[in-house]
Design a protein around this ligand. Structure first.
Ligand SMILES: Nc1ncnc2c1ncn2[C@@H]1O[C@H](COP(=O)(O)OP(=O)(O)OP(=O)(O)O)[C@@H](O)[C@H]1O
Ligand SMILES: [Mg+2]
Length: 273
């Protein structure tokens, strides 16, 4: 049921601690406190940016939402349900509703599968009852939505450019009709002009389908363009959060200021594509 305040995802005091084995001979266990008690809310149909230096814990938050990181404390609530308290089988429906797009589309695709099979992967898992013919129609529709020609279906990942491969990943992410997409550095490896096209595509999709994004990036120019609000992470903690415009106009925390100073503004992003 929709919350009155429009919040779709909420993390309360979320902590993640990894354990790692170090040392060749005398093995010892090391604890990495990747996320240290963060709280935030993402409103339905909006884009929340998550920025910070490498290793600050951004991807770990994305993984914790999907239960791919060891939660050390706190809770995650989605659409009014504490998803961090569910059993694996109870969580299954949320795997359909929450999808991810990663930085390296090539790495997340089986090079031997056709684009049709790749885009249909979530359908096979989450809508096994769908007939092959219906699946084909759905894939064709999705390819059109992400701006790829219909004949892409029978081709293979290596026949596409980086930007086109990211479009394929977006189509795959959309195939199960998700409400929430975690975009983890999904445009970071692309040229600036291609970045702009993909960012614009994500926005068009949001306008049409009302999708909510958690947009993880270290490129603040892109974040400024696409995000309504942003969280700034430093060493596992959120040091500042608020509407993107405010953060850019008057950053309150010196770390945010440093991040902003380090990245030149890229006016080409605005209105490109
Ligand atoms: N599986 C793991 N085991 C142990 N430590 C990990 C693991 N994954 C991440 N870490 C550590 O947790 C911290 C946060 O990592 P995370 O990948 O969340 O950072 P990030 O902000 O996404 O960085 P980047 O911008 O480089 O992607 C880092 O110190 C990292 O080395
Ligand atoms: Mg990361």
């Amino acid at each position: 049921m929709d919350r009155e305040d429009g919040v779709l995802l909420e993390a309360i005091d979320l902590s993640v601690t990894y354990t790692a084995q170090r040392g060749a001979l005398l093995k010892r266990t090391e604890f990495v406190h990747a996320v240290k008690g963060v709280s935030f809310q993402v409103k339905r149909g909006t884009t929340m940016g998550l920025v910070g230096e490498s290793g600050s814990g951004k991807s770990t938050i994305g993984k914790a939402i999907l239960r791919l990181a060891p939660m050390g404390g706190g809770s995650i609530h989605y659409d009014g349900k504490e998803i961090s308290a569910l059993s694996d089988s109870e969580f299954m429906p949320y795997r359909k509703r929450i999808q991810t797009i990663f930085q390296d589309p090539y790495a997340s695709m089986n090079p031997r599968l056709t684009i049709a099979s790749i885009v249909a992967e979530p359908l096979v898992v989450h809508a096994p009852e769908m007939s092959k013919a219906d699946r084909k129609v759905r894939v064709a529709d999705l390819l059109q939505k992400v701006g790829l020609p219909a004949d892409s279906m029978n081709r293979y990942p290596h026949q596409f450019s980086g930007g086109q491969r990211q479009r394929i990943c977006i189509a795959r992410a959309l195939s199960s009709n998700p409400e929430f997409i975690i975009c983890d550095e999904c445009v970071s490896a692309l040229d600036v002009s291609v970045q702009a096209q993909i960012v614009n595509l994500l926005q068009d999709i949001q306008d049409e389908l009302g999708i909510t994004y958690l947009f993880i990036a270290h490129d603040l120019a892109v974040v400024e363009h696409i995000c309504d609000e942003a969280l700034v992470m430093e060493k596992g903690e959120i040091v500042e959060q608020g509407p993107t415009d405010d953060l850019y106009r008057s950053p309150q925390h010196p770390y945010t200021q440093r991040l902003l100073d380090a990245v030149p503004k890229m006016p080409t992003i605005v209105g490109a594509g």
